[in-house]
Design a protein around this ligand. Structure first.
Ligand code: NCD
Ligand code: ZN
Ligand code: ZN
Length: 423
């Protein structure tokens, strides 16, 4: 059945245009002012935003191993609820897919249980924590869209250097959770006033920035595409800016929570504010916003990290690191960055679709193009709603944003021309 989206406010060729959009055989086939139905199923978009399916290169689904937190099915249905049709899944599942057999199983599981496109990261090293590299070339051939040890910094500089050389040789991508574990201090919160106020051990900023500085020099030497996960510090943004100016092949992402919250927002021992990297100072937060505005930061990624309630209700010291984000990212970013005039809607859509797609070579995602698979979402920008646990499709509702009022509710999401979320 062909679909005709009437009265779209379509994000197309980097502009918002009022038009109709025809989808035939799961692909975009025509964009024009007024398209006649001719037997197609009609969807009236009522001049709501029609965006390319959003792209998030950083999510954690917990299957296999910890399906009480999230499954691929609940994670991808939650993604569709958030307007996303392509996500990059981190490899910190159990077992870590660090050889051909485990990796192939993971890809098959993703394919079987996803309602959207789930791309799979391969780890860089065995078990994500050892110094021994995985078979990078083989895992790439088996479908790894990029490599990451997310959750862990790569401590051994020689392992990092060798991984970068091999990843560069196959034109793949290395996404780094930059963290020197020796500077982590068993911290659970940023090293700063909130840590002192709450009597909690703090994670120093140099845990992030010192490893980032090292990696940028290794990336310069090897020429690899080096992508910084969840940047959180002003010094980190400054380093990336200088590296970009020097022609180093670096890109970086920031999470909604690091853009919207700082350690000053942590008023009680509530672990829904606990994640890694931690919420930093207000000065850092302002630097992240500036980095977004001047293009130093290339994309928004949620680091969607669902956990069960009893893993998050034990205060900062005992609870797990990480918060959910895939269902609240667009409305939060739209309400707090676009409606307030910090960035334009077009810029936000670049940060959440076009840029991640271009940077990670995801040819058929992140942009509406004729002949390309029909991944898109219809979003009512004027609809105000409260973020409620009961509305989450994710198994996790470990979010510090619950109770906040936002604009921009996803009405429908289509993947390959199929309806995968409807309000
Ligand atoms: N962000 C987090 O705090 N936790 C992530 C791992 C990670 O991204 O480092 C998780 O898998 O739970
Ligand atoms: Zn991480
Ligand atoms: Zn992560």
């Amino acid at each position: 059945m062909n679909l005709l989206v009437k009265n779209a406010k379509l994000f197309y060729t980097n502009k918002l245009i009022n038009c109709d959009l025809l989808i035939e055989n799961g692909k975009f086939s025509k964009i024009a002012e007024n398209i006649h139905p001719q037997g197609s199923k009609i969807i009236d978009a009522k001049f709501n935003l029609v965006t390319p399916g959003l792209v998030d290169v950083h999510v954690h689904f917990r299957e296999p191993g910890q399906v009480h937190k999230e499954t691929i099915e609940t994670g991808t249905k939650a993604s569709a609820h958030g307007g996303f049709t392509t996500v990059g899944a981190m490899p910190n599942v159990i077992p870590v897919p660090d050889d051909a057999e485990k990796f192939t199983k993971q890809i098959e599981l993703n394919k079987k249980n996803s309602v959207i496109h789930t791309l799979q990261y391969a780890p860089v090293t065995k078990d994500e924590t050892s110094d021994e590299l995985v078979d990078i070339e083989k895992l790439s051939k088996l479908g790894a869209f990029a490599f990451s040890n997310d959750g862990h910094g790569i401590m051994n500089a020689k392992s990092m250097f060798d991984a970068m050389e091999r990843i560069a040789a196959i034109n793949s991508h290395l996404a780094a959770h930059v963290e020197d574990k020796n500077l982590f201090n068993k911290g659970v919160i940023n090293f700063g006033p909130a840590a002192i106020r709450l009597g909690l051990p703090g994670i120093q900023q140099v845990a992030e920035t010192s490893q980032l500085a090292r990696d940028l020099m290794l990336a310069k030497e090897t020429g690899v595409h080096y992508h910084v996960c969840h940047i959180s510090t002003k010094d980190g943004v400054d380093l990336v800016r200088v590296a970009k100016d020097a022609g180093i092949n670096v890109t970086c992402e920031v999470s909604p929570h690091h853009l919207l919250l700082s350690e000053d927002d942590i008023l009680t021992n509530d672990a829904n504010f606990k994640m890694n990297p931690p919420l930093r100072s207000e000065n850092d937060r302002q630097a992240l916003i500036s980095g977004l505005q001047d293009g130093t930061i290339d994309m928004i990624a949620t680091d969607h990290a669902p956990h069960a309630e009893n893993e998050k209700n034990q205060g900062f010291k005992k609870s797990a690191f990480g918060i959910t984000g895939i269902e609240t990212s667009f409305p939060l970013m739209y309400s707090r960055l676009v409606k307030t005039g910090i960035i334009s809607l077009e810029k936000l859509l670049n940060l959440m679709s076009t840029n991640p797609s271009r940077i990670f070579d995801l040819n058929e995602a992140g942009e509406i193009k004729l002949g390309q698979k029909a991944d898109f979402s219809i979003i009512n920008l004027d609809d105000e709603f409260e973020i409620n646990k009961a509305d989450f499709i994710s198994k996790g509702f470990n979010s510090p944003f619950i109770g906040q009022k936002v604009f921009g509710s996803v009405q429908q999401t289509y993947c390959d021309g199929q309806l995968v979320y409807s309000k």
